[in-house]
Ligand binder design. Sequence first.
Ligand code: PEP
Ligand code: MG
Length: 555
Amino acid sequence: MNDLHGIGVASGRVSGPVAAMPPPIGEPAEDGQLEEGPDRDRAVALLESSSSAVGAELSARAVAAREAGRDDAAEVLEATAMMALDATLLGEAKTRIGQGSRPERAVWEAAGQVAEQLSSLGGYMAERVRDVQDVRDRLVAELTGRPAPGIPVREDPFVLVARDLAPADTATLDPSKVAALVTEQGGPTSHTAILARALGLPAVVAVAGATDLVDGTWVLVDGAQGTVVIDPTEEQRGTAAAAQAPTSLAVAGGTSDGHRVGLYANVGDPSGIEEAVAAGAEGVGLFRTEFCFLDRAEAPSVDEQVAAYERVFAAFGGHRVVVRTLDAGADKPLPFVTSDDEPNPALGVRGLRTAQRSPQVLQDQLTAIARAAAGSDAEVWVMAPMVATAEEASAFAEQAHGAGLPTAGVMVEVPSAALTADLVLAACDFASIGTNDLAQYTMAADRQLGVLATLNDPWQPALLRLIAMTAEAGTRTGRAVGVCGEAAADPLLACVLVGLGVTSLSMTPRALPAVGAALAELTLACCAELAEAAVSSESPAAARESVASILNRSP
Ligand code: PEP
Ligand code: MG
């Protein structure tokens, strides 16, 4: 097999054996009734031994996760282990076997019934539906002799190869075991890419043929080049022992001639703040509050939200924390604010738009943010995702100000907001450009589709031009315009963004040292020259090349 190529989305060189993510477990067929008598008895015994095996395996992993200090993963595993031994689920399955169903079909149907009952109870119970489905799949795998679904479990570090990774897959991903990520699908801003950068794992996405790699095959993953070398030589493996990059920002953000650029961290849930503090972030430029709402059947209470937000504000006392209100919909559907019957969810009721249908969810969130802010000395800013018009920006700012939050802005993620950035900025206090979504909507290319990954490349000149328009509007109106999409985590592109006029950059904490160092080497005039070259290039590749050639030319 030849070496494989894709799009490198998180740099680093690592070699290791492949462990493939098993294919999802499908619904077992209804056919093949069991005869009354020994066949059914054997099926019940098999169900019992399978449930014990699955329960024991999950419990052992929960203990290991707890010992490793990964409490979140331990909780998920403990809940799933309990469900594997659940008397109602097993009782329902046995009843069906007693009527002649094969055990895998019986488990599937029984789980469906239990899930339905839990959903109808709402609240905490409805949140257990995912555990039931996970256990169902594990039991069906065990009963039919297939590998367990989810991230493979191995003694030694491995390169995880998957079609793509969903947020749910990653809850139990152990970064001490997963050395690198390779996916067949996904683009530069897909979950896999965001996760890899957050965990500091080298990753290559959109790799055609990745899922044909056989388990155990040794590969060398180069996340900068976007290559997967199969059976690397000893010498190549040696080069993978990469020099350790610095882990903390050396200096305050800015260019070599003293132009200040705020360098902030993107934080996904309060447990990420330690890393942000350790990396020397000036504050939080994007606090994705979805974590508080994910896996919930109903919105969390104001009190619950206040407690979660206070943790982040406390870690950044005296510094800026930009809180993004709930960004539900499309790749982050939430049952209580999004509907599941839209033909085009990415173009549907998502982000701020969900507030039309569920105004109380937004009002409660603003109340919670304001209450948490009042009890801390962090400089709390608030912003709304998926804003398309100046009217929306103005309505949001008014509501946020009314809730007691003095600095209210919007994310520029929709081309219309960039095109009317002067009006949008006149209607609120600041803007932060979400380049992940701005790329997908500018290029009309789903950010989760591997085949369209090159269209979602953040070096696309069309995207850079919209960023330039927004930054220029910021200069004209005197408003801050930052970038908080993945583009900010690419050291070279970060310099281009500063040259385009953005005033701050927010990124995964691990990217801060490299971005800070790149910026500190260049003058503002040089950044502007790079920006000019990039926006006038005809493709992302040409943009990268012309920027590199400016930097490489002799002084
Ligand atoms: C973006 O779209 O660039 C962004 C930062 O938001 P998210 O990736 O959470 O959609
Ligand atoms: Mg977005």
